[in-house]
Design a protein around this ligand. Sequence first.
Ligand SMILES: [Zn+2]
Ligand SMILES: [Zn+2]
Length: 374
Amino acid sequence: MKKQNRFVTFILSVLLALTLVLPGSAVTAKADGQGNMAVHFIDVGQGLAILVQSGGENLLYDGGNRSHADEVVQYLKNQQVETINYMISSHYDEDHLGGLVKCLDNFEVDHVLGSDYVHTSDLFNTFMNTATAHAIIVEYPSVGDTYEFGTGSFTVMAPDGISQNSNDNSVVIRLVNGNNSFMFMGDAEETSEQDMISTGMNLDCDVLSLGHHGSASSTSWDLLEAASPSWAVISCGLNNSYGHPAAETMGKLSDMDIPVFRTDDQGTVIALSDGNTISWNQEPCNDYTSGSEKQSTDSSADQSERDTNDAAATESYAAETDTSDTQGRMVWISATGSKYHSIPDCGNMNPDKAMQETESQALSQGYEACKKCW
Ligand SMILES: [Zn+2]
Ligand SMILES: [Zn+2]
């Protein structure tokens, strides 16, 4: 019941956000320096695509791979996107750049920000040629550049120079809305993280979109300490061949008790910032299993659940609470603990953050039965 109320609250917040993007009211929201910002971590399988909407403006950070391009275009159209005020290409690897070409063709694009290096691929050439065909000049921002966006702004944190490692060339941004902040890392790895830390810039954020799909080459302890996020979001594909996210990275998040959202488990994940608080379209999955562990424990039941999640972000909520799963009885998991429970408020558990899953799922994730309530 509690969860349903939270969901209703979220829907109301989204409706409120929609009223703010109507012409006229956007100006008021901007003048206040307070307003709603919705951040959509779009499920693009193994890849990354983030849509941000605020004050009637749209920002697209990466577009997923080519095979998900149509889905990304459709997703944006469903969100009433006509103009992309800022299209940011973090770097030119296919799992980030692939979908952006179709977005250039389908939407009015005001600014394209990218990384100042040349990638040897047909896709890179196509992207640059498509931009030129639409009379768009790709801009290469510098570290520290800040852009007003919607009711907030974003600042470029990286790259501080170009390297041979295309991932470390990722344009990293810190997006701010009132007191809320998000960091989009692209595929930035440890070298870039160290560069960012050495500048002394503020890396603190509420939401960290993990670098390189949670691979072990990103998300160093130093970065996690500097960012100290309240939530982590990982965009990766189910059963991806890289084993993303890495056990090492998931262990760090678990050790730091950072709640986790991941698109391979949950489909599209949406955060809504009102400038003070951030609400989500679903609870964190807090699934700290690595991609390779997951592959060995994956069942067809998980796959069918995920297909449902793909249908629509909001519907994934219904799938999550669906008790028709025949894999076992439903148990409760707390936001951070290592035990599963028969009730959502055992001991010091916060029932608002508790989530349900089957006993077999809980066991496969390493949870043990709570001695107190079982
Ligand atoms: Zn990459
Ligand atoms: Zn990538």
